[in-house]
Design a protein around this ligand. Structure first.
Ligand SMILES: [Zn+2]
Length: 428
């Protein structure tokens, strides 16, 4: 027997998917875009219906708050994001926001007054695809933005600053939207798995043990343009041939250890001047490298860098490698995981533990408070794709588990140990 209202939640998921809908099941809601704003306003209205006080801050985050009996105590934060990839699905991120909303609504219906306040957040630009840098909103409230982030441009030349202003934010007032970190007790995120592990195990819901650290690089190789008909092969400095070799090398390096959680991807590539009869002069491509084992990931990175150097020399190219994001694996809070485990037993479901390859808003939160995550099975492990699908029954079970965990944490606030504010710097 579920406490949450599964039908109500799944109906909201359907309704939000209408905003920025592509094809039958896809969604395109790029960060800070008009569609993103429309979705944020829709969820804001739902928050208000449920009795939360909701606001959109200067980073473009939507945050709703339910006051607890002790409003000065650190709050329990729940949430995720509702921005999407350009060719994305309807569950990624959205489940964590609407699931959290369902949890709060259920608490109200059950007449449970939380001892501490609960906040539901839809963080802006988790995906990072528009400005090539993700977790924007969550890093914003934590005071972890970096130099020059507002000057990053999307592929149409629109800067982050311009996009934020268009969205209705004031980038000169970021300070006003930053959090007092000691006021965050813990963060819980419900998310679709985006991978095939739960499906393979035949389980609807899993408990996340940690997030593997992503490393994002941008590699720029520069050679010399020339006529494709006249420059003899031995005299060429073809940047695209060099790039092709690097891409193959990355694939080899990340495939060599059987069963390891190492993954490497080149997902974006730009060729200049991009003409069929000119030898490519410059190629810029992205590298995404992840592993739960940080040492192994760093070893592969250094091998990759050596290969780039070697291939560049071979082809008479110069190169530049920019590090966009580098973070270490972050592990979930044991105490909250144990609560999830015993609540799973209460519900009568088996919830295997698993790692997260993709990063999430939780990754940023992990640096300032305890965090935990619940995964819901993804059909075929597919995500960042209109085919992304999680069954309504699975979604209901994951949300029920979130609800029960929240009840435990907010009724007995001592379960939350308070906040281990970390002084180490975060690099995303
Ligand atoms: Zn997500």
């Amino acid at each position: 027997m579920l406490t949450i209202n599964a039908e109500r939640l799944n109906e909201k998921l359907r309704e939000l998917a209408e905003i920025g809908k592509i094809g039958d099941t896809g969604v395109s809601r790029l960060a800070h875009s008009k569609k993103d704003k429309e979705a944020v306003l829709k969820v804001k209205s739902w928050m208000e219906e449920v009795g939360l006080s909701a606001r959109i801050d200067n980073f473009g985050n939507l945050i709703g708050r339910l006051e607890g009996e002790n409003p000065d105590a650190p709050a329990l934060m729940l949430g995720s994001h509702i921005d999407s990839q350009p060719y994305g699905g309807r569950f990624d991120g959205v489940l964590g926001v609407l699931g959290a909303l369902e949890v709060v609504q259920t608490l109200q219906e059950q007449k449970i007054t939380p001892a501490i306040s609960i906040e539901v957040a839809a963080f802006s630009d988790e995906e990072g695809c528009r400005f090539n840098k993700g977790l924007f909103g969550v890093r914003g409230i934590l005071g972890k933005l970096e130099e020059g982030e507002l000057d990053r441009q999307d592929k149409d030349g629109v800067t982050r600053r311009e996009a934020l202003i268009e969205f209705g934010c004031d980038p000169d007032k970021f300070k006003e939207s930053e959090y007092n970190l000691s006021k965050i007790a813990a963060f819980l995120e419900l998310h679709i798995e985006q991978g095939p592990v739960l499906e393979a195990k035949g389980e609807a819901v899993g408990i996340v043990t940690g997030i593997s650290g992503p490393l994002w690089l941008t590699v720029e190789l520069t050679g010399l343009a020339g006529h494709a008909g006249s420059v003899p092969m031995p005299m060429r400095q073809d940047a695209l041939v060099g790039a092709a070799k690097v891409i193959v090398k990355l694939n080899e390096l990340t495939s060599k250890i059987p069963g390891a959680s190492t993954v490497g991807t080149v997902g974006g590539l730009k060729v200049f001047p991009d003409s069929r009869n000119i030898i490519p002069e410059q190629v810029t491509f992205t590298v995404d490298l992840r592993d739960i084992d940080e040492t192994r990931r760093d070893e592969i990175e250094s091998e990759l860098r050596q290969s780039i150097n070697q291939i560049a020399t071979e082809h008479g190219l110069t190169y530049k490698i920019t590090e966009d994001t580098k973070s270490e694996p972050r592990f979930c809070n044991d105490k909250i995981m144990n609560i999830m485990k015993s609540e799973s037993e209460e519900i009568g479901i088996n919830t295997p533990e698993l790692m997260s390859g993709p990063f999430h808003d939780s990754l940023a939160m992990s640096y300032v408070c305890d965090y935990a995550m619940i995964f819901v099975r993804s059909k075929g492990g597919i995500s960042h794709n209109p085919k992304e699908y999680s069954a309504p029954e699975d979604i209901a079970l994951g949300t029920e588990l979130l609800y029960r965990t929240v009840v435990k944490l907010v009724v007995d606030e001592h379960l939350l140990t308070g906040n281990p504010v970390v002084t180490e710097t975060i690099s995303f």
